[in-house]
Design a protein around this ligand. Structure first.
Ligand code: CU
Length: 59
């Protein structure tokens, strides 16, 4: 994640997933914080979506 476009791409993609309540991507920290309903989505699913955008999920 290196520019504001990446932040927007991640937020848009993740927001579109079911059960996602809040997404915040921080460029400086290179981190994404999430609030989601675990009955509708899973962390694994979200991670794979982020990976699908071409970003490596480290934690
Ligand atoms: Cu970028």
């Amino acid at each position: 994640m290196t520019c504001p476009h990446c932040v927007k791409a991640i937020k848009t993609t993740i927001s579109a997933l079911p059960g996602i309540k809040k997404v915040d991507a921080n460029l400086k920290k290179k981190s994404v914080s999430l609030v989601f309903d675990s009955t509708q989505s899973s962390l694994e699913k979200i991670k794979s979506e982020i990976a699908g955008l071409g970003y490596q999920v480290v934690a």
